[in-house]
Design a protein around this ligand. Sequence first.
Ligand code: IMP
Ligand code: MG
Length: 430
Amino acid sequence: MPNNITIVGIQWGDEGKGKITDLLAGDAAAVIRYQGGANAGHTVVVEGRRIVLHQIPSGILNPESLCVIGPAVVIDPETLIQEAESLRVHDIAVTPERLAISRSAHVVLPFHKRLDALREASRGAAKIGTTGRGIGPAYEDLFARTGIRMMDFCEPDRLVTALRRVLPERNLLITHLGGEPFDAEQMTEATIEQGRALAPYLRDVGAAVHDVLSSGRRVLFESAQGTLLDVLHGTYPFVTSSLTTAPAAFPLLGVGVPEHRRVLGVVKAYTTRVGAGPFPTEDPGSIGQRLRDVGGEYGATTGRPRRCGFLYLPALRYAIRVNGVTGLAVTKLDVLSGLAEMPVCHAYRFGGDVVNTIHPEHFEDPALTPLYETWEGWSEDLSAARSLTDLPAAARTFLDRLSAALEVPVVLVSTGSGREATIFAQDPWA
Ligand code: IMP
Ligand code: MG
């Protein structure tokens, strides 16, 4: 039996991964974030309390699981400390026993955020619509081998040396784009306390993850963003700067690929996207507006209204292939209640061809025409459903059609934000 599940978004993020991770964390010895940074916003609702996590894994609400932040996460120390504080307000312990941070994870510093903002401003109409959290510039430094790791950040001597290496070049760009430059000594001084606060959390997390996995205990790998935002496999250049897919978890953490694994593809019952970039099934009309209102589709990190539209099966088929998805977690099914029917894009026309699975080279092409089917809706409220048989026939048909079209079984269905509003169609660990 597999002892690990990777939870991955198979759209453009905001599929509801946080709730699914929190739900399964009760069975897991460790919950691991392996990419992205404070651009993520994972909303978890427990006993009516709405908690938004950005960098700390959504397993933190389960007191039994070790939460791990891997080396390929870019950490914003200042907001990480604030996030831990805001959890303590809810009586959730964030201690070195509960949270392990990779020594090799890179940090996001104020100059990354300023660069992110200046770059976006300079792009004009071609802007990506980033979250402004400095993610792109931090990953640039990582790959340029000028980055600053947690082990440098927590050691003032190393930090000032690292800053003297990276800042001259970064300042050149910042001033070129009209911004104020940064000073290495001042920045070191200003972050000494942050380094002190985070130092006790640093660990060799690759070894820790390996130990949990090889002992047979259960592990959840929690991805952030979504497959179509992956820097290689997404709708480039309108993507984030990390590898967001499920298989990336293993090389990014420094553990071998386990022989048996499960990949839970989280799919919202409709589609949303925040930020710029192609979205062929976007509905600027009344259904899109209704989905935004009923689904509360506003960014958990930036508060921006999300663009809303219809299910896009060709993109889901692609994401399932890219990730090796073994089961689906369908979220926000309740939001569709009250729609008499809904368009679902099952394929698209490109030139003379009908295409079932997206090709990245078509992403931005205006010649791509979505082809729709009409799926029957339902009016019943789904929030009390606890098994598939509690669902109205049309909602069951919706799930059956989705599973048949994607050739992947539905494992979980979420019909509300709380833990209890969940249907387990199958055992996710089986
Ligand atoms: P960045 O990751 O801040 O550089 O933003 C790049 C793109 O990814 C923008 O379109 C963002 O809106 C989008 N993005 C980044 N993180 C998330 C997320 O957690 N959910 C949804 N979209 C995201
Ligand atoms: Mg989110």
